[in-house]
Ligand binder design. Structure first.
Ligand code: DX5
Ligand code: ZN
Length: 223
């Protein structure tokens, strides 16, 4: 699939989501952060807002569920038409069953890992999922500083996926900017979430293209 840039609307103007999503034309995905004030200490939006977004954009919608009990809530996001539905490993009671339900609804299934959650236990699950999300900040807020200590985990995730021969995307989320994206691409990430780095720019579409260029060059220095 190659490099993909997924701007996070967490840093957008929530009162004008339709026009804010138009600002990122040229992005590969629109990343929507669902937070329930339990799994993380912040509250954002839920299924009705995701349904409204789905009606107003052609971009594939990438739902990042930072919620407790995703076993109960996540399949509805897939049923609504989200392209990717990512639940957190730390919150899911039955991740294999849940990934199968999400796929059964026609969406790609993602598993998210907080910075302190190791990736190795998920090696045997790779055939059940379409994306591994390696968080590069503690989930909950935009605009946090990138955690360099997550880079070895991205590298190990890439080694696991390569060894498996499966087409599992490796997404990173948190503190991604023009200063940090190259390190992540070099470590093997291929889907890059960026909130403040895109929505904080005057020209959000140009910021997306700049991030894509930096990641592509770092992933394939010969290109
Ligand atoms: C944080 C969210 C992120 C957030 C990233 O928990 O999952 O998607 O929007 O924001 P930045 O890119 O500003 O770190
Ligand atoms: Zn996110």
């Amino acid at each position: 699939m190659g490099i993909q840039i997924a701007p996070s609307i967490l840093s957008a103007d929530f009162a004008n989501l339709e026009s804010e999503i138009q600002r990122i034309h040229g992005a590969d995905l629109v990343h929507v952060d669902v937070m329930d004030n339990h799994f993380v200490p912040n509250l954002t939006l839920g299924l009705p807002v995701v349904e409204a977004i789905l009606q107003r954009t052609e971009l594939p919608v990438d739902c990042h569920l930072m919620i407790e009990d995703p076993d109960r809530w996540a399949p509805a996001y897939a049923e609504a038409g989200a392209h990717n539905v990512t639940f957190h490993a730390e919150a899911a009671a039955a991740p294999i069953r849940l990934a199968r339900e999400i796929r059964g609804q026609g969406a790609r299934a993602g598993v998210g890992l907080k910075p302190a959650t190791p990736v190795e236990p998920f090696e045997d699950l790779l055939a059940e999922i379409d994306m591994l999300l390696v968080m590069t900040v503690e989930p909950g807020f935009g605009g946090q500083r990138f955690l360099d200590i997550c880079l070895p985990k991205i590298r190990r995730a890439r080694e696991m996926v390569s060894k498996s021969g499966l087409d599992v995307w490796i997404q990173i989320d948190g503190g991604v900017s023009k200063d940090t994206i190259e390190r992540c691409a070099d470590a093997g990430a291929d889907v890059f979430v960026a909130g403040s780095a895109v929505y904080g720019a005057d020209d959000a579409a140009a910021a997306v293209e700049e991030l894509r260029r930096l990641a592509s060059e770092a992933a394939d220095p010969g290109s």
